[in-house]
Ligand binder design. Structure first.
Ligand code: AHR
Length: 662
């Protein structure tokens, strides 16, 4: 019996040893050449792309809660509803100011039915209004009482079930236009509240700019931006913010293009126009999507300054969207467009004695905004673009050689338009060429080496819009899958390894409202109360927060890791703060042990590993489960300047190593 027992133990041991041999993997040996720092990483390397798409501005980061506050939508009653059954009776008649007010030509005349003496109407907000318990809301209205009228106003916030959660009165009005204000606090939180206005008395009253903002905005600025959304953007520590788009720069027609000068008047005089995304996407139409420009160019510059990002405005180059009307301004009429670009530089950087510098000062910012980059055109193509770009470049470089110009290579990552743009732009002097790729996951995996082949001395690349576009899913957020984020991370190691060629990069688009999106995937999703980061967001955050200042080569068997066994790697160093960052993306379904040799680093302290992973490639974050995919930090031991660690299947890993500064 004893013998049989011993044989069994030996057999079990053999099985364990053989089993271990079958399943265990040799660690991937990675040499991190810390003694050979390569090219510089530009401070602007990782930025954000902001466009008013998916209710990103109105209904999103611009905290205004009233939709169609100035009755300037094509149908002036959009967003408003008369309550004539239980809530009195009356009429609202869209009325015109004298032609002297072309920027905001309509107001609303509200009549109370004399037989009833009360009349109510509501505003639905942007897919409802997000109202928070105990928070203060600031209401305002421009009003003028008609002759022989006597009217009082009650303003109320109601839940979607009709419960009143906030109520206050505006006591009296005069016969001349005046702005009236009140503040109140909500007794409950509501995701989709509405505002009800009740008029009591007799006669009629003229109303305009009916507005309501939370008091708690980003930096507490009155009538400012939604704090939670800006905080999410700021946490990325973006090197730049590209604005205002995107196709919105171009307009479906030239008349509907983005004109920055129309966005720097007082808010009530910023001419409202249709948002080009309201009818653009056939199965995602949003006829109630307009641009109030409450978030205008001054606010964009201010936001950039607030979050420490370089402003990167993209301007219309005299062409409307070539996928839509494709209108082109004749060359001999292009002056106004070029002048808009020059004036924008003056608005941002001009002395306070200049026309546009004075406007900036009058708006509250005598200091310069230090604009250093400007983009000419968005996704334009063929010779119409090059002819116009050339004129812009000449004018801007002549007056402002200090400004870096971003040109475009069209909407596609390769092909006729792309090749033509590159070959023509090489004959000119843009500082950067903007490349866009909305491509399937495999494209991103295969293109981690895309920039290895680019001319090191050539024009620098701005990867200005990119995102993995996979398959349509059921949930609004579902296309921001873990797999999409993982493939972007693999690709981004290629951008980082080639930071001498790729100087700037931004995922696109940035924001989307869960109930009002036109385009997905998007980096950050929000509803009326909450904001969530997608897995793609946490990938962007890892690259941007752990940026470094120089490239460090990471080699496996003498070569960069660009997909061997599903692994991708890049590394950067920051000699000033004493940080080494090693990023390893494991796109395989196997755990991979890794050994990292850190070479000649001076005294190395222990480090940590930040891991982003999820078992299922189809997983995604949602409003109800916002942190399903979320970075986790673990200490790593460093022995003899070596790290023995592992990477989980389907994971993005950043090794953060502190070392002693010389
Ligand atoms: O990011 C959404 C759109 O994609 C942008 O407006 C446009 O530039 C691109 O086609």
């Amino acid at each position: 019996m004893k013998r049989i027992g011993s044989i069994l133990i030996v057999l079990i041991l053999i099985l364990i040893i053989n089993g271990w041999k079958i399943t265990a993997q040799e660690p991937v040996e990675l040499t991190v050449l810390t003694s050979k720092p390569g090219a510089e990483i530009q401070p602007v390397m990782w930025g954000v792309f902001f466009e008013d798409i998916n209710f990103a501005a109105d209904g999103g980061v611009y905290a205004e809660l009233i939709k169609n506050r100035s009755f300037e939508f094509t149908l002036p009653m959009t967003g408003w509803r008369l309550l004539t059954r239980q809530n009195g009776a009356g009429r609202m008649i869209p009325t015109f100011y004298s032609p002297s007010r072309p920027s905001n030509p309509h107001f609303m005349r509200a009549y109370i039915d004399p037989a009833v003496g009360t009349f109510a109407f509501t505003n639905e907000g942007f897919r409802g209004m997000g109202i928070k318990k105990d928070e203060q809301y600031n209401f305002s209205v421009s009003a003028r009482l008609s002759e022989d009228s006597d009217i009082r106003m009650t303003v109320e916030l109601m839940t979607s079930e009709g419960k009143s959660i906030c109520k206050a009165d505006l006591p009296g009005f005069s016969g001349t236009w005046k702005k009236y204000q009140l503040s109140f606090k909500a007794s409950e939180t509501a995701l989709k509240a509405q505002m009800r206005i009740v008029l009591t008395g007799k006669g009629s009253i003229d109303l305009d700019m009916i507005s309501m903002f939370p008091a708690d905005t980003w930096k507490g600025r009155p009538n400012g931006l939604r704090r939670d959304i800006v905080e999410m953007i700021a946490a990325l520590k973006p090197g730049f913010i590209r604005f205002p788009g995107g196709c919105i720069v171009e307009g479906r027609e030239i008349a509907n293009r983005y004109q920055w000068k129309n966005t720097v008047a007082p808010p009530e005089d910023r001419k409202v126009i249709m948002n080009r995304w309201n009818v653009e996407i056939e199965n995602r139409q949003a006829p109630d999507y307009f641009q109030s420009f409450g978030l205008g160019f001054y606010e964009y510059f201010q936001l950039a300054e607030d979050i420490g990002a370089e402003p990167l405005p993209i301007l219309n180059c005299g062409m409307s969207c070539q996928f839509n009307a494709a209108e082109v301004i004749p060359i001999n009429e292009l002056d106004q467009y070029v002048q808009d670009a020059l004036d924008l530089i003056e608005f941002a950087n001009g002395e306070i004695t200049t026309k546009w510098g004075k406007l900036r000062t009058d708006m509250g910012h005598p200091e310069k905004f230090n604009l250093r980059y400007i983009g000419v055109g968005n996704e334009q193509w063929e010779e119409q673009y090059i002819e116009r770009y050339r004129i812009f470049e000449k004018a801007i470089k002549a007056q402002h050689p200090e400004i870096k110009i971003v040109s475009g290579s069209g909407p596609y990552s390769s092909g006729r338009y792309f090749d033509y743009a590159w070959s023509e732009l090489r004959k000119l002097n843009p500082d950067l060429i903007d490349e866009h790729y909305y491509m399937p996951p495999e494209w991103f995996l295969n293109n981690a080496t895309r920039y290895d082949k680019y001319d090191r001395q050539g024009i620098k690349v701005f990867a200005g819009e990119y995102a993995v576009h996979g398959k349509e899913g059921v949930e609004p957020e579902s296309r921001n899958s873990w797999w999409s984020a993982l493939c972007e991370a693999a690709f981004m190691t290629g951008l980082e390894r080639n930071a001498d060629v790729v100087n700037m990069a931004s995922y696109a688009p940035l924001l989307a409202h869960v109930d009002a999106w036109q385009w997905r995937p998007d980096l950050i999703w929000f509803d009326n109360l909450t904001t969530i980061g997608t897995p793609n967001y946490y990938v962007q955050k890892a690259f941007s927060n752990y940026k470094g200042t120089r490239i460090i080569p990471v080699l496996s068997a003498g070569k960069p890791l660009t997909g061997q066994d599903g692994l991708y790697a890049s590394s950067t160093i920051d000699m000033k703060s004493g940080k080494l960052y090693i990023k390893i993306v494991n796109t395989s379904d196997k755990k991979r042990p890794v050994t990292l040799s850190l070479g000649a680093l001076p005294y190395v302290k222990d480090g940590v590993k930040e891991t982003l992973t999820s078992e299922n490639p189809g997983d995604f974050n949602s409003i109800s489960n916002p942190k399903l995919i979320y970075p986790v930090l673990m200490p790593v031991k460093i022995a003899g300047k070596k790290i023995n660690s592992e990477t989980e299947p389907l994971s993005v890993n950043v090794f953060l190593i502190d070392f002693k500064i010389r």
